[in-house]
Design a protein around this ligand. Sequence first.
Ligand code: HEC
Length: 250
Amino acid sequence: MLKRTSHRMPACAGTTNRRTLRTPSLRHAARWWIAAAFVAAIPFAGCHAARVVAPNPPLRAASAALYAIDIEFAEPLTRASAEDPSHYVVYPAATPTARAMIASATLVDTLYGRVVQLLVPDWFGDDTKDHLDVVVESHGVQSLSGGTTGDRSVAFRTGLEYEPTMRNLLDGRCTGCHDAAHPNGNYRTDRYADLLGDGIAPPANLIPGDPNCLLVRRCKPRNSMFILAGLNYLDFEMIRNWVVTYTARP
Ligand code: HEC
């Protein structure tokens, strides 16, 4: 069943918009207008907006799959340098000498050019590499502005699950507009069970394994919740990979 795409203004912005929009282009234009108007209204509406303007951390990392790691730099990168696997080192935090072989590095971030996906084929099908504390280092990747990004490193735990990684992400970015007091779109993001809810109409907004469920679609780069929540590309990757690759495990 197709989900209704009505765009209601949130309660905290003080207005409702129930116009029926007939053509897709009109609807598209209206979606942007409403999103822009909503963002402009935030300072006056007293919403607990989730948009936080903080400097990007030098390096962030998260699993994309059992054998793939996404890393996000603070700044845009040059493709040739970012895609050279010799710039990266990956090892378990407990055994720094046990370096994993990195088969490829791909600049997957189509919006900002900051997220690189590393493939670690040795880990394919090896469940002991899930929930593992891992360190990723980067050395001498060139930024788009010409300089080197130097030596960076970040530790993270492999795998994606609701508790605590996705809960922290969703609470930080979404819940200010999707909690009990502000269930915009009739949808709450502050509890696992509610994420599986229908919002304004069935089917469910989160369907484990489904890359086309509304939660994933709304968070895609340039789409409404990507913009309203101020998501980085890695945040979107984490939401999609959690829902699809990790079937939204709790
Ligand atoms: C600044 C406020 C704001 C933030 C932040 C925000 N949303 Fe929303 N969200 C809304 C509003 C308003 C609606 C209802 C209008 C619409 O559907 O666009 C909505 C609707 C939705 C819907 C559709 C509900 C339905 O059933 O139609 C989903 C799914 C959703 N948001 C997910 C998220 C996720 C996930 C995040 C965080 C990554 C997020 N939102 C961040 C304001 C926000």
